[in-house]
Design a protein around this ligand. Sequence first.
Ligand SMILES: CC(C)[C@H](C(=O)O)[C@@H](O)C(=O)O
Ligand code: SF4
Length: 862
Amino acid sequence: MAPNSVRYEGEAHPRTLYDKIWADHLVHEADGVSLIYIDRHLVHEVTSPQAFEGLRMSSREVRRTDCTLATVDHNIPTSSRKNFKDTKSFIAEADSRTQVVTLEQNVQEFGLTYFGMEDKRQGIVHVIGPEQGFTLPGTTVVCGDSHTSTHGAFGALAFGIGTSEVEHVLATQTLLMKKAKNMRIKVSGKLAEGVTSKDVILHIIGIIGTAGGMGCVVEFCGDVFENMSMEARMSVCNMTIEAGARAGMVAPDETTFNYLKGRPLCPKGKDWDKAVEYWKSLRTDKGAKFDKDIHIDAADIAPTVTWGTSPEDVVPITGIVPDPSQATDETKRTGMLRALQYMGLEPGTKMQDITIQKVFIGSCTNSRIEDMRSVASVVKGKKVSSGVEAMIVPGSGLVKKQAEAEGLDKIFTEAGFDWREPGCSMCLGMNPDRLKPQERCAATSNRNFEGRQGPQGRTHLMSPAMAAAAAIAGKLKDVRELLPEMQATNGKMAEPTKSMDFYSEPIDWTAPKEVQEPPSEGVAAPTSAGMPQFTSLDDVVACPLKKANVDTDCIIPKQFLKTIQRTGLGKAAFFELRYEDDGVTERQDFVLNQEPYRSASVLIAGDNFGCGSSREHAPWALNDQGIRCIIAPSFADIFFNNCFKNGMLPIAITKDIVEELWTHAEAKKKLTVDLTKQEIRREGCEAIPFEVDPFRRHCLLNGLDDIGLTLQKAEHIDSFEARRSSTFPWLDGPRYSRMKAEVRISTAKSSSFYTRVAKGFLGGLPASDDRPERPPAAQLILSATGNAIERAVRVAQDLKEEGDAEIIRIRTQTVAGSNQGGQVPQVLITVKAKSKPHAVPVMVASKGGAKEGSNGKQGTDW
Ligand SMILES: CC(C)[C@H](C(=O)O)[C@@H](O)C(=O)O
Ligand code: SF4
């Protein structure tokens, strides 16, 4: 694998940043589905228990422990840890405790690096990854969490996944994916004073809506993003998920490199130079095509706040609460009315007249050191308004340490803020930090859904500076009015510390577990099984849910995410819509509480169904409630994917047809959803055809699970990893000892030459300045096509006879021929090192085959 910059030099196809990263991670492609390699996997306690359990049940290991990093954030209390002994005694709430303890056990059992509650690097998963240099440009980054989009700030392809996909990545280090569309959001000009990155992203979401980025990967460009710090870029990319996009990214530049250099997990020495060269090549080519293009003028952006229960419900702080009667669309009007009722607001109220009771500064959007400094510059020497409770929660232990070294904690506590320990805190209230019913909060987090910060709680999203201003004023306030005072204060603030003093400490990476014996020759390739089949739902009455933007917080509220199982969540489905505040009495006006919809297996909903959090608990709850098929005009990407992983069928169909089906369902008439024929049938009406991806359809009809299917492609993953180790050596973890290398054998050299090359890899490549500790390859793949196959077999036999390696697997397949086209046979022989590493002559490999040499250079670029 040559990096994209080399492969495409001089070619006539200009590509985007996203296209390039995608191409460099393509392991295999068939039937329109791509197997994409995942470089970085972050894990937290909420979305991982069922994934680890899945591995255990199928006796699978974590494939790349060196590329996986775990922490706890959602459930942990943010109260002082002065008397902390262990999690068991510290976490009072039983389900929260179980999730955290379960993660502790899982990281032990599977040999993962873990920042637990006693580790000063513990923090919100999206804060610690960048902090440690775990997140790098040009990588693919995933986590069972929708705000993984944050990491796109580094020019990484970073996106949230569901728990089934977490298991898939743990087992295979890959994901089965379809390429998304390219979208560009350009913000040009200069931001006015007092306007921050948070205002920029809220403004963008206000314009394009929470479904605006659906099916796309967004690249943010223009002077506004170029001039932003890395932390500001992270806040923007963080909320791309609120704009409905799969991921958001900013091209890596000097700001990125300066932020990263010296962080514990960043490349060092010559690897750093090589990496930077590659990262620079990732920029979108001139003339590259974007499927969607948005252009915004920075001058139009004011400090922005939300008024309703969706992140798209934004107005400038100088604005008023909007009037639903002005809405043109009926579903929109009903949605606005409900939002105003929930928020306890009247149309026409000035935003600055809205009083608050709580202030929450924190979350993966805004809990980094620059956010802390921004708050300090507003509140220094002032007092939190009486009647307001204000809390500030750093994103990680290291942010906390740095803020304290800068004296910011004193500024906060003197002003009357509660200075807490790191965690997700009141962003979603899975821990003790919650709003009380009807309490109104100025929050720096990213979601204002109903019940998000606590049942019946009311959230207004805004920037840290704006939340700080609200804390002082006791009501929403335009921070620009405080600018003269802030400027005077800024002169008196302590000099910011250099971040690297806090983040450059070497990381003690957990040693990987012993390499598992790979299956011996002749053992059948793993098969796939285990997912419920879906063929058709015959003669059923569907349930009409006439609501757009149904988020996954609404499908299953946070209190039910604390389970470590996949089942038993039926009662939790649509909990707040379904029950009165007592949680028992059914609301008669909710459609699923009415006959005959109570036991419906088909749900017909409005646009953008399943938006928000990546929680796979949402399809689990629906499934458990009996819903196997959801029909809507559009779906949020992660939810859509999660359905297929659970044998459920989401059908995207036009709005007109959805409305027709609503009327049909309201008349309590029956329909049939037939996946085999791909049509919805109703008596006396024409069949409605629907689209479904052929691969997904095949899996549903046959009940095939993805992991089994992917493991049948093990050789492709092996050889991808071998090439990755050579081309991007900085991506292998510090103690990666399972290293596999690939030797491509051609007819250009003798078999004895290739035997020597192979021995070189098995013995460990010679040391050099840039990779002083390159470990020996534990396994080697000898690959050859056509006439060279015989030579490869010879090399394998020689290695075996000379006691250097044992042959563990031989696979043959056909591949596309290089020059003449057509299919040619290929052999892949996997051998495993037998003896201890030994000294070998220096080998220099280059494109088109290995060359012998002794110049001390390490060329492994084949
Ligand atoms: C718990 C997790 C699945 C969820 C997410 O995916 O976003 C959470 O972080 C959230 O913010 O709602
Ligand atoms: S959005 Fe909130 S709950 Fe989700 S990861 Fe970020 S801080 Fe945690």
